[in-house]
Design a protein around this ligand. Structure first.
Ligand code: CMC
Length: 372
């Protein structure tokens, strides 16, 4: 048996959550195009679709949204941890630790049934923006804020970070981006979550496993690399030289390439449009012009396209998030997909345990330590 590098082409699960059509550049959640969902739905509506398998009626969405709003307040133990030890960690480490604390305190901790997973998911998903917001504010010497129950999930997220009600356009841009990032098949974080769930670990533990994969620059850390690159290039007039040198050195251009999409990533197309709508000042327009020039130059030279992170990075930045917060913001969106996958895994579980191809030495004679 021979190893497939990076498990490329290996089918590791049967799922009814998400379909990625890599050749066509199309993506569907539960059979619905992400373009329709991002243009017409709210984040709560899409989370409901992913968790229950069907779009909610107006009444169902009302009840679900009320439950989400009622679960935003952080418990005292978690708030105290944030104000002391967690504020000193990076945003992604703090989120990981906060999810562990929530798991330990969850009343359904030991219950892996679908109903308990949804109850836990509501508590987790509703609180994650509050954790990111509290950490953001504490890092600046500001007090964390109480949530505003008049605002929807995305608008409240921005409020809890910035301390003022966001403009309609900002809230809508964040909401659309969170929908576009909510789910993506067996990407590294979701695969990690499914492997953990496959041992019958609980939802919170599976989410911690998923969060750990977001630190790497090939997955959750890619957006921060994109913004660093855009700052380093600075102006569109430097883009061609930058790309030429990077490709000549066989370096990876951050935010380009994808294992599944062989043409365009449909999420990047929508996010680029949202960036254009949001870019209200000269600095933002300059950053986007620079991104556009890098994209044109890469496309001219190699057959790879921008992925979701290439335009998520300027979008998160325009909304006021620091690069170190991009991965936690992504997690606040992808939690919807992780929950759906963990529940699917728990419902029809078999331990995930691939084999390996051994390439080390064989049958060596043992040498006692005094003779080595
Ligand atoms: N810049 C330059 N060349 C690239 C890039 C890139 N960003 N990505 C892939 N290539 C080339 C690569 O050199 C290789 O060329 P060749 O066949 O001549 O050796 C070819 O494309 C195939 O690359 P690969 O490494 O086999 O592709 P992979 O499926 O193993 O890796 C990837 C996928 C996303 C890790 C990779 O494209 C990459 O490192 N991109 C930059 C990091 C990034 O943007 N990550 C975010 C991914 S999307 C969101 C997410 O999942 O988080």
């Amino acid at each position: 048996m021979f190893a497939r590098e990076g498990l490329e082409g290996v089918v590791a699960a049967r799922t009814s959550i998400c379909l990625i059509k890599g050749a066509e550049g199309a993506l569907e959640y539960r059979g619905y195009s992400i373009h329709d969902l991002a243009n017409h739905c709210g984040f709560e509506e899409v989370a409901y679709l992913l968790w229950y398998g069907a779009l909610p009626s107006a009444d169902e969405l009302g009840d679900f949204s009320r439950l989400m709003r009622a679960n935003r307040i952080l418990p005292g133990r978690l708030s105290r941890a944030l104000a002391s030890i967690l504020r000193e960690l990076t945003p992604i480490d703090a989120l990981c630790a906060a999810v562990s604390i929530m798991g330990a305190d969850d009343p359904d901790a030991a219950d892996n049934s679908p109903a308990a997973n949804v109850r836990k998911a509501i508590r987790l998903t509703a609180k994650m923006p509050a954790i990111v917001g509290a950490h953001h504010r504490l890092a600046r010497g500001l007090n964390p804020l109480a949530p505003d129950s008049r605002l929807n999930h995305a608008a409240n997220f921005l409020y809890m970070v910035k301390g003022k009600r966001p403009r309609e356009l900002e809230a809508r841009a964040l909401e659309a981006a969170m929908i576009l990032e909510a789910e993506h098949g067996l990407n590294p974080s979701t695969f990690a979550a499914r492997v953990a769930a496959g041992t019958l670990a609980d939802l919170h533990s599976a989410v911690v496993a998923a969060l750990a994969t977001l630190k790497g620059p090939l997955h959750g850390g890619a957006a921060a690399e994109v913004i660093a690159m855009l700052h380093a290039v600075g102006d569109r007039s430097n883009a061609a030289g930058f790309v030429r040198k990077a490709l000549a050195a066989h370096a990876r251009v951050a935010g380009f390439g994808h294992r599944i999409y062989k043409g365009d990533d449909p999420r990047a197309i929508d996010l680029e449009r949202w960036c254009r709508r949001l870019a209200g000042n000269r600095e933002a327009r300059r950053m986007l012009d620079c991104a556009g020039a890098i994209e044109r130059e890469v496309r001219k030279r190699v057959a790879i396209s921008p992925n979701v992170d290439f335009y998520a990075a300027p979008l998160w930045s325009m909304l006021g998030f620091r690069p170190a917060e991009f991965a936690p913001v992504f997690a606040c969106a992808r939690i919807a997909g992780w929950v759906a996958h963990v529940t699917e895994q728990h419902l029809d579980n078999r331990l995930i345990r691939p084999e390996e191809e051994y390439i080390g030495p064989l049958s060596r004679p043992f040498v006692p330590i005094e003779q080595r």
